[in-house]
Design a protein around this ligand. Structure first.
Ligand SMILES: NC(=O)c1ccc[n+]([C@@H]2O[C@H](COP(=O)([O-])OP(=O)(O)OC[C@H]3O[C@@H](n4cnc5c(N)ncnc54)[C@H](O)[C@@H]3O)[C@@H](O)[C@H]2O)c1
Length: 330
């Protein structure tokens, strides 16, 4: 029997191990608990268990508002005393340790040595290719990237991609598993530094930094420009469909013919700006002004509430449209 043939069907997973339980790992824990899984977490930092349980408690009301899976409970969380114990009984492992390549390489090798050999292991890395992280693992075929967005308990997207030594079944299995766990999945056929969404996000971020560095816009203006402008559209139509509509009846073709030459205008710089001490300080001071005394806990609660409002509104519209379609058929 091959190792792969002993792998559970994605929809039969019951226990997930989360290795590293900071912002992202803790967010994954909250997500998996809300979807009814048993979760075993491990994090070497002193006080990590308290911080994790606080994160889960803070997220739980939002998750309850969105709807919990049957049997979902915070009591299904166990914190293991060692990495080996955390992964030994897992059906799937999600690694969310700090973004340092040498740490990822050794930690993934350690997880690989301790987890049952047929279990898929995913890394939350924001941009390292799995090819560079799987070099010390003895069964690299089951290692994939499962890149989430913050907070993983609300943002649906996960980008899944393997490395050169990852076997195809593991990429497909992870994609199916995340879907079964309520995620929206992009399965990528090839490794791309930063994956897809971070490349788009990074382009906007670089331009924002350039504008602050050159005194062209303030932090407040940049954030307002996005939330009250393109950001509102991007929650439901991406940049391509948005620009298709900008082309009027002629759609994308007209839009490209009409505005194509504008691509040559110096509207963006794209190359990253030098992160000087001045720029760093200007970003921090400008952000402090926008934050205007709100604590992180307050900001997270505000963010989650607003994100849920958008998600609910979109779900309501989708339900109305489905009802209208079925009415039109009858
Ligand atoms: N923050 C984001 O917006 C974001 C988004 C997507 C992906 N990610 C990725 O998620 C991963 C975690 O990022 P984060 O923002 O949660 O960082 P974080 O600093 O909040 O959390 C990292 C956690 O890992 C723990 N840790 C340290 N050494 C460890 C080890 N050897 N083994 C296991 N755990 C260890 C730390 O104690 C900490 O709790 C990174 O790979 C990051 O690139 C972050």
């Amino acid at each position: 029997m091959t190792e792969q043939s002993r792998t559970l069907a994605p929809q039969d997973v019951r226990t997930v191990a989360c290795v590293g339980a900071g912002v992202i790992g803790g967010g994954w824990v909250a997500h998996f608990l809300a979807r009814g899984y048993r979760v075993v977490a491990w994090d070497p930092a002193p006080g990590a268990e308290r911080a994790l349980r606080d994160l889960v408690s803070a997220a739980w009301p939002s998750l309850a508002r969105l709807g919990l899976a049957e049997g979902a409970a915070t009591a299904n969380l166990t914190v293991a005393p060692t990495l080996a114990e955390a992964v030994a009984g897992a059906d799937f492992v999600q690694e969310s340790a700090p973004e340092r390549l040498e740490l990822k390489v050794s930690l993934l090798a350690e997880i690989d040595a301790a987890a049952p050999p047929h279990v898929v292991v995913a890394s939350s890395t924001s941009g390292y290719p799995m090819t560079r992280m799987q070099v010390e693992a003895s069964t690299p075929g089951r290692l994939v990237v499962g890149h989430p967005f913050n907070p993983p308990y609300l943002v649906p997207l996960v980008e899944v991609v393997g490395g050169e030594r990852t076997e195809r079944w593991a990429v497909e299995w992870a994609s199916d598993f995340y879907r079964a766990a309520g995620k929206s999945v992009i399965t990528m056929d090839r490794e791309l530094p930063g994956f897809i969404a971070n490349r788009i996000q990074e382009a906007a971020w670089r331009e924002a930094l350039h504008m602050v560095a050159n005194d062209e816009a303030t932090v407040e203006q940049i954030d307002l420009a996005m939330t009250d402008g393109p950001g509102l559209r991007w929650a439901f139509f991406g940049p391509c469909l948005t620009f298709h509509l900008a082309g009027g009846e002629g759609g994308m073709a007209h839009m490209l013919d009409h505005f194509g030459p504008a691509l040559k205008y110096p509207w963006t710089r794209l190359a990253s700006p030098e992160l000087t001490a001045e720029l760093r300080d200007a970003m921090v001071a400008g952000t402090d002004e926008v934050v205007s005394g709100r604590s992180n806990t307050e900001l997270i609660a505000q963010r989650d509430r607003r994100m849920i409002a958008v998600m609910r509104a979109l779900a309501e519209v989708a339900a109305e449209e489905a009802a209208e379609r079925s009415e039109a058929r009858t």
